[in-house]
Design a protein around this ligand. Structure first.
Ligand SMILES: [Zn+2]
Length: 206
């Protein structure tokens, strides 16, 4: 096998993991695999207290921390259009096959999708065979990075809801949680449209 990240050839280790996941061959060498770190639990609510977004997002769970290694791997995935790298995280998204909530990926702005040719969030779900629904449309195409908290809170809404979500339980999926603006804006419009609950799962927590 050739490691999907570092391209070095490696031998698959016969382990319980392989026995359990017999249909998922090991794609990444042990050396690369060991550089990923689990995300730490963080308090993400405080920043939103007293804003219109307070309480809109019911929970956020993140899988990996944004360490230097993850930054490198993720840049490769996102900007070098390396769709194959989505398979590395396949096992992380498999539990979603059992989730009863409606799975809603955070969409790219249509212009961005044209430029990038694939939606990295959708691809993560596709790699794990998880079905999803696009019920959000991105209306603004400017980055939130570098904005102050006040600017982020008062800025125009980033999304509109395009399908009926009344009384539905939504699980938002995004790649990276940084400021939390994206997920809070999405949760806000979904709750306004009548969603009963909005939880979120992100691959990475910065
Ligand atoms: Zn490797």
């Amino acid at each position: 096998m050739k490691c999907l990240i570092c391209s070095v050839s490696f031998l698959e280790i016969a382990s319980w993991r392989k026995l359990l996941l017999i249909k998922s061959p090991q794609l990444v060498c042990e050396k690369c695999l060991n550089k990923f770190e689990k995300a730490e639990e963080r308090n993400w609510r405080n920043e939103w207290i007293g804003t219109v977004y307070e309480g809109t997002l019911d929970s956020v769970t993140s899988i990996y921390s944004y360490n230097d290694w993850m930054k490198q791997v993720y840049q490769q995935y996102k900007f070098q259009l390396d769709v194959e790298l989505a398979n590395i995280f396949r096992a992380d998204f498999l539990p979603l096959l059992k989730v009863k909530e409606k799975i809603v990926p955070i969409p790219l702005h249509p212009d961005m999708l044209v430029a990038r040719t694939f939606s990295q969030v959708d691809e993560l779900l596709i790699a794990a065979n998880v079905s999803y629904h696009h019920v959000l449309s991105k209306t603004l195409n400017h980055s939130q990075v570098g904005k102050s908290k006040k600017e982020r809170v008062s800025s125009e809404l980033l999304f509109t809801v395009t399908q009926d979500v009344q009384k539905q339980h939504i699980l938002l999926i995004d790649d990276l949680y940084t400021t939390g603006t994206t997920l809070h804006h999405a949760a806000y419009v979904l709750k306004k449209a009548g969603a009963s609950s909005v939880n979120a799962l992100t691959l990475i927590r910065a």
